[in-house]
Design a protein around this ligand. Structure first.
Ligand code: ADP
Length: 658
């Protein structure tokens, strides 16, 4: 019984290795466990046979003994191969269907090897029972064995139970088999054939078999322990490494995607606490509010926030100073033994109510600009928790935290600046809209009264001439104010389209008439090339007039001699108006700049031509509003051509008179 249980233990112990082994080593483990189990069964059988005394001498047939060993070992091999490759109960049942007959096959072959002057007669039902016992006890043992696969604990009660059960499969089968056997004496004396072995020889064989078995048991146990320890150590460090990489990845992700300071500091604190093996971690960080006041906030990890409620902000005591002054990392196996610890009364430099810290790790978080953003603090109530690798990890995290906090602060500052600028811009637009509107009213009154005075028959000629000047200046002023008004209306999105049937040719001649006096004054030719028939389009007449007036006035304004020509034509589904002058021209690098509001080639008090720099900016925006565009072709000294393209039907036209 002892031998069978020992064999069971060895075999099960090795089956653990079989399950863990890969490749060719798996084959070796299967062979070894099959050998242990097979030899174990065999030894059990013949030790039991030594215990049997049937009163007549018995010898054993060696070839049959060899066959019995081969059966035991071979069937055990099949068992362990199938048990190792499955964990399902059905698979284990199949494996025990190999194990049970292996034991029985060995037993009955061993019985057949007996040579004596007696005949053996078997009771069939007991033989069947012996096989059932072998199968079911093997099944029970294999099911139990499944539980300790991969478990580093080697001598669990479960394992010992499984070994006893496996042993029981062997000796239970054996004694049931022996019960089934009846030895009937025969008159014939014992024939000592060739190739038999006496009981003494058998004894030796058993001793050798058992020694082999115990040797294998020991080897397996030692191997198991060594391999198991190595495997579990490797597993543990693998797990640790995986956890670390996971955490690092998480921080990386949250830091790169996060622009909110609160979330950054919390994830940094959590990550540092987890990676350093600290019981608790805290991040004290400096922030500057909108009014420019600096103050300290904190985030914590590992303890509920209430645990910190009585915790005052750490002061620059000798312990904290290196962190808050950004001097470097402080790592201590036991901070209570640190020389800096005892320096400050009343609490050794630690604030009142602080957590029970022995192991201590503190790292400053320093901005790109060199200023200290805050400090990361980690603690553990046990001594010697933080190692150099933790220090390096936390320093790495502090570096990322600094970058992320810098980014968050830049983002905040930029956001503030942008909304400030937007507000200022809005205020400017409102101001322009209100002011230009308010200026128009009195100006219209001035123009109205001037015209009235001009028409009075009593006005002397020189007064009339002066009134004409007043009128001209007032109209110029009105034009500027209109430009400003349009500009601010465009900016606040309040400029509306009034679409109607428009004769573009008519507008062009009106513009020509308006600018003519100026052109004549400067000695410039002002020509207008129109098609013979009206150019009817659906658009906004007022806006087209505004654009053309701008272009033609500019042509006149920026030309000292020569001509300004306006060419109106319909090209397919487009109205094209070209305004060509022989003026100063525009350098290539300014071809886009001229459309920027308030941009003028001439700047400063020495400029000769007047203007706001809004004309072209407003003109282009109006052209685009009408579904068209405004472009220039020009070179310094060779004049300019502005081309206005407009669709025959402006966008948003619903077809009705508006
Ligand atoms: P303003 O005429 O009030 O200065 P604009 O927006 O109409 O403002 O024009 C912007 C600038 O573009 C002008 O100051 C001038 O430098 C340049 N520019 C516009 N039209 C012409 C032109 N026909 N010839 C040369 N330069 C021009």
């Amino acid at each position: 019984m002892l031998i069978a249980s020992l064999a069971g233990y060895t075999a099960l112990d090795m089956s653990v290795q079989v399950a863990a082994a890969r490749g060719s080593s798996r084959g070796w483990w299967i062979a070894a466990s099959a050998l242990a189990m097979g030899v174990g069964i065999w030894s059990m059988h013949f030790v039991a046979m030594l215990a049997l005394n049937i009163g007549i001498p018995v010898v054993y047939n060696v070839p049959l003994l060899a066959v019995s060993i081969a059966i035991a070992v071979g069937a055990s091999a099949i068992t362990f191969t199938s048990a190792a490759s499955t964990a399902s109960t059905r698979g284990l049942a199949v494996a025990s269907l190999a194990m049970g007959p292996a034991i029985a096959g060995m037993h009955y072959t061993g019985m057949a090897a007996m040579q004596m002057s007696a005949r053996t007669v078997y009771d069939a039902s007991l033989v069947a029972l012996s096989v059932v016992i072998a199968v079911s006890a093997s099944f029970g043992a294999l099911v139990l064995a499944r539980h300790f696969r991969g478990v580093p604990e080697h001598h669990s009660p479960l394992k010992i139970g499984a070994s006893i059960l496996m042993g029981a499969a062997v000796y239970g089968m054996h004694y049931t088999g022996m019960l089934a056997a009846n030895f009937i004496p025969e008159a014939e004396p014992l024939r000592a054939d060739e190739g038999v072995i006496s009981t003494l020889g058998l004894g030796w064989a058993i001793v050798i078999g058992t020694i082999l078995l115990i040797g294998l048991t020991l080897a397996a146990a030692i191997g198991n322990r060594l391999v198991g320890a190595a495997v579990s150590a490797a597993n543990e460090s693998d797990r640790q490494r995986i956890r670390m990489v996971d955490t690092l990845q998480q921080i990386g992700q949250s830091l790169t995607s996060e622009l909110e300071l609160d979330k950054i500091v919390q994830s940094v604190t959590d990550a540092g606490t987890e990676l350093s093996g600290a019981e608790f971690g805290a991040f004290f960080y400096n922030v500057v509010n909108e009014v420019g006041e600096a103050y300290t906030l904190y985030s914590i990890s590992g303890v509920p926030r209430e645990a910190f409620s009585r915790f005052p902000m750490p002061r620059n005591t000798p312990i904290f100073a290196p962190t808050f002054y950004g001097e470097g990392t402080v790592r201590s196996d036991d901070i209570t033994k640190d020389s800096r610890y005892g320096k400050m009364a009343p609490d050794h430099g630690m604030p009142e109510g602080h957590l029970p810290v022995r192991s201590y790790l503190a790292v400053p978080v320093i901005s790109r600009t060199g200023s200290v953003l805050g400090g990361l603090f980690f603690g553990n109530a046990s001594v010697g928790v933080f190692k150099e690798e933790h220090e390096r990890l936390v320093e790495g995290i502090a570096g990322w935290a600094a970058v992320a906090m810098d980014n968050a602060q830049l983002f905040e500052a930029e956001k503030r600046a942008r909304s400030e600028a937007e507000r200022a811009n809005g205020a400017k637009d409102d101001f322009l809209a209100v002011m230009s509107h308010e200026l128009r009213t009195p100006l219209n009154a001035i123009i109205g009264y001037t015209n009235l005075l001009q028409t009075l028959p009593t006005s002397p000629e020189d007064t009339r001439q002066r009134l004409e000047r007043v009128d001209l200046s007032a109209r110029h002023l009105l034009h500027l104010i209109d430009e400003l008004l349009t500009y601010s209306r465009l900016n606040v999105g309040e400029e509306r389209l009034h679409i109607e049937d428009v004769d573009a040719a008519l507008i062009a001649s009106e513009v020509q008439a308006l600018v003519e006096p100026l052109a004549i004054k400067k000695g410039l030719e002002l020509a207008c090339l129109l098609p013979d028939t009206p150019v009817l389009i659906r658009s906004d007449a007022h806006k087209i007039r505004q654009i053309l007036l701008n272009l033609v006035s500019n042509g006149v304004k920026f030309s000292e001699s020569g001509s300004v020509k306006m060419n109106v034509e319909q090209l397919g589904q487009e109205l094209v108006v070209r305004v060509t002058d022989t003026g100063v021209g525009i350098a290539q690098e300014h071809h886009q700049k001229i459309y920027e509001p308030f941009w003028r080639a001439e700047t400063g008090p020495t400029r000769v031509t007047g203007g706001t720099g809004l004309g072209l900016s407003v003109s282009r925006r109006l052209a685009r509003m009408l579904g068209g565009d405004l472009n220039v072709a020009s070179a310094p000294g060779s004049g300019s051509t502005f081309t206005l393209n407009l669709p025959m039907i402006a966008p948003g036209d619903v077809g009705g008179e508006d």
